[in-house]
Ligand binder design. Structure first.
Ligand SMILES: [Fe+2]
Length: 234
């Protein structure tokens, strides 16, 4: 078992999760009217935003990543409730950061091996948190593996290729792209979208699933004003 020290942030997060759990019982037993579904999504969004307040530069990150992830997944043929599941996972993927010290999240110097291990623990802790909520339990694997790389060099399990859930492979590309173009303590300036596209392209087949990268670039070309050439030849 993991010996986590539960900070006030985790206790608050746990309280919010408990509220979601109570709501989820209602949701699972009653036909889901639009208002309830919308309230449920808002609860998850608020929880994601609460965690983001610890991490400078990440406010809005989960929301943007969720939008990108859902669109890429749709283009990969995912539909219906599975898309909704992926949206929830995108919003909650970094919830485990509630237990990572704020100073470490905002550190601009390179992390020591010990600090890196603490940061990496957010994937496993986030998975344990969603697993504790019945309505979210099936997000566990997606959250657990959202930092795995296709060549097996990611964490926490070193999974490779299709061993990694498809949703996690999409999340990895979406989250990295958004981080690259955003202010972060660990890089001197945000990359331009073109530079970030180049970085993502370079990682296709190594860090990232090449099929996911292809669909992601198609999406940028179609929806964000990049020409096919810019997105694909960057
Ligand atoms: Fe993460």
């Amino acid at each position: 078992m993991h010996n986590y020290h539960f900070t006030p942030g985790v206790v608050i997060t746990g309280g919010i999760l408990l509220s979601i759990a109570v709501l989820s019982v209602y949701v699972s037993r009653v036909y889901l009217p639009a208002k309830i579904r919308s309230a449920y999504l808002k609860s998850i969004t608020v929880l994601a935003a609460a965690v983001e307040t610890k991490d400078s530069g990440t406010v809005g990150h989960a929301q943007r990543v969720a939008e990108i992830t859902v669109e890429v997944a749709r283009r990969l043929g995912v539909e219906g409730s599975e898309l909704e599941r992926i949206q929830y996972a995108a919003l909650l993927m970094d919830m485990g950061k509630a237990n990572v010290p704020q100073a470490l999240l905002n550190k601009s110097d390179p992390l020591t091996p010990g600090e890196w291990a603490i940061l990496q623990s957010h994937a496993r802790l986030g998975a344990e948190m969603v697993a504790a909520v019945p309505f979210l339990a099936d997000l566990e694997e997606i959250v657990l593996h959202h930092h795995e790389f296709c060549d097996g060099t990611g964490y926490p399990s070193g999974l490779a290729g299709e061993q990694i859930p498809l949703a996690s492979r999409v999340l990895c590309v979406a989250a990295d792209y958004d981080a690259m173009i955003s202010d972060r303590p660990y890089h001197p300036r945000p990359l331009s979208p073109q530079e970030a596209i180049e970085e993502i392209r370079r990682g296709a087949g190594a860090k990232y699933d090449p099929r996911v990268v292809e669909v992601f670039l198609d999406m940028l070309a179609a929806e964000h004003g990049f020409s096919e050439e810019q997105a694909k030849a960057a």
